[in-house]
Design a protein around this ligand. Structure first.
Ligand SMILES: Nc1ncnc2c1ncn2[C@@H]1O[C@H](COP(=O)(O)OP(=O)(O)O)[C@@H](O)[C@H]1O
Ligand SMILES: [Mg+2]
Length: 278
């Protein structure tokens, strides 16, 4: 099974971190795959790190993905338990990670992920709001890219750049990278823009790659991280919890399963062709 998901969008505030951490918590609850999950925070800003470690005003973690990527510590030594969820561990971020954005780290994250993958059912990678080295490394290390975007027409044209980056990485460094889908988030009840936004997204990515579920604005989604809790732990009955829960159960897991099946078939066909050649 390939269960490494990079949550990407080079625009800030599109719901990457929110989706990454609630996806992780949802997968530990609703997925059949072993329930443990690792979150890797590749954003030097460290929002996922503060929420999962419960250090909302505190010091950045002493050991982080920065030390792992510069090979000062092993990946295993960088991993920390979270107060967020007993089944979720984190490889936290530290502001020093920013310095890595200027270094060629190629496939270092991929190697880190490779050495941790067997210990977890899922690995979710949160990324910074740019198309730089850290986001690229996440896409090189991932099996799937997941793109949360705001429900606004203005957000769509810039996403062509993200599509191009994904294609470039598929061609050069990670042939098995696939787009899992685009998730529309933070829809405001007052703006009836949903249809044109969905249509435009469909034109860029293909209609089948835009999830039907739309995560609306919900105050509980914003409040939960301040309590270091997932939306399900904070208020399992609220709209935000049911939207994320339904998306994971009815769309995310099914799409993942479908793409996995396709991947296996493609790999088998490639091997068969190779055998024939040889
Ligand atoms: N569905 C939602 N309803 C209400 N607030 C949200 C929702 N999704 C995200 N937010 C809030 O919007 C802000 C930006 O979201 P975040 O996930 O941090 O974006 P990114 O990681 O892409 O920069 C955060 O304050 C977050 O709590
Ligand atoms: Mg973020």
């Amino acid at each position: 099974m390939s269960n490494i998901i990079a949550v990407v969008n080079h625009k800030g505030g599109t719901g990457k971190t929110t989706t990454a951490i609630n996806l992780a918590a949802g997968l530990t609850r609703y997925s059949d795959v072993t329930s443990s999950c690792l979150v890797i925070d590749m954003d030097p800003h460290g929002s996922a790190t503060s929420t999962l470690l419960g250090k909302l005003d505190g010091e950045p973690p002493a050991r982080s993905i920065f030390d792992v990527l510069r090979r000062a510590i092993t990946p295993q030594d960088g991993v920390a338990s979270t107060i967020y969820d007993e089944n979720i561990d984190i490889l936290p971020a530290n502001p020093s990670l920013e310095s890595m954005a200027k270094t060629q780290i190629n496939d270092r994250l991929s190697k880190v992920v490779g050495s941790l993958a067997t210990s977890y059912g899922w690995i979710i990678i949160d990324t910074p709001p740019n198309l730089g080295v850290l986001t690229q490394n996440a896409l090189v290390a991932a099996d799937y890219a997941l793109i949360p975007t705001q429900c606004s027409g203005l957000a769509v044209p810039t996403l062509r750049q993200m599509k191009e980056l994904i294609e470039k990485i598929q061609e050069r460094q990670n042939v098995w990278l696939r787009l899992l889908g685009v998730l529309i988030t933070q829809k405001d009840g007052r703006t009836p823009l949903q249809k044109p936004v969905r249509r435009e997204l469909g034109q860029v990515f293909g209609a089948a790659d835009v999830f039907k579920t739309i995560i609306t604005n919900n105050i509980k989604i914003e409040e939960a991280p301040a309590n270091s809790q997932s939306i399900y732990a904070y208020d399992s009955g609220c709209l935000g919890a049911s939207l994320y829960r339904d998306w994971i159960k009815k769309e995310f897991l099914k799409k993942h399963q479908k793409l996995e099946k396709k991947k296996v078939e493609t790999k088998e066909a490639a091997e068969l062709a190779k055998e024939k050649e040889g």
